[in-house]
Write a protein that binds this ligand. Sequence first.
Ligand SMILES: Nc1ncnc2c1ncn2[C@@H]1O[C@H](COP(=O)(O)OP(=O)(O)OP(=O)(O)O)[C@@H](O)[C@H]1O
Length: 264
Amino acid sequence: MALLEISNLTKTFGGLKAISGVTFSLAQGQIMSIIGPNGAGKTTLFNTLTGIYRPNKGAIVFNGKSLVGRRPDQIAASGIARTFQNIRLFPDMSVVENILVGMHVHFRQNPIQTLLRLPTFMREEAEAERKAVELMHYVGLNGVGNETAKNLPYGMQRRLEIARALAADPKLLLLDEPAAGMNPQESEEITKLFRNIRDQKGITILLIEHDMRVVMKISEHICVMDYGEKIAEGSPAEIRSNTRVIEAYLGRGAAEELHLETSA
Ligand SMILES: Nc1ncnc2c1ncn2[C@@H]1O[C@H](COP(=O)(O)OP(=O)(O)OP(=O)(O)O)[C@@H](O)[C@H]1O
């Protein structure tokens, strides 16, 4: 059964169709990318999926339940976590505190327990901190638990965002341009991290990415958007040789280069 099924999804802003009748599905455990030129509607798709926008038409079914009309916090609690195109951390909080924020969707304490610092609260807090430190190590951040988030180098802030998303224990992870601003070595390392997240934690991944080396290396399936419409979908090899995708987005030179690199 598909974990996520999107059918005939449409989102307009005034007269502009940012998403126009898009249909695709994502199987449990799959890594899928959404690519396409600037303004194609990729981020709007994420914002519609996570309840920031309500679609004008269409259905979004996650884990057998409709998400249309549900609030972002309800959607997060149902198992969808995301990172953003522009990193959104709590800049003045520590690394561990930022990860703890990601866990709040599952905290069970009520305000009385918290205020009185009852044993249940203390136990849950200690357990949450232990889990936060574990996740910090998992994403490759070591010895920086007490550092203020804003003082971390850019690549480490990206990893921290991923740790915070994982802290919510998601079934589906949405990554919006996770390799943006990274050098080739950093993007290669982060690609490995995504594969580990899927292989070791069984988390399904949907990513928007402009770095075609990352996309072609990691994706099992690719969906291509242009002017709000899905213009193609398929395996990396199918997408690299799709004439419409080459014309709308990849360009002939880039497609040939990618073909040579991946067949080398
Ligand atoms: N809140 C909004 N109000 C009005 N128009 C919007 C809004 N959000 C997005 N748009 C428009 O919808 C279209 C799709 O934008 P979107 O950001 O989803 O594209 P994208 O594929 O993510 O682009 P990029 O690769 O540059 O991030 C664009 O024309 C954009 O200007």
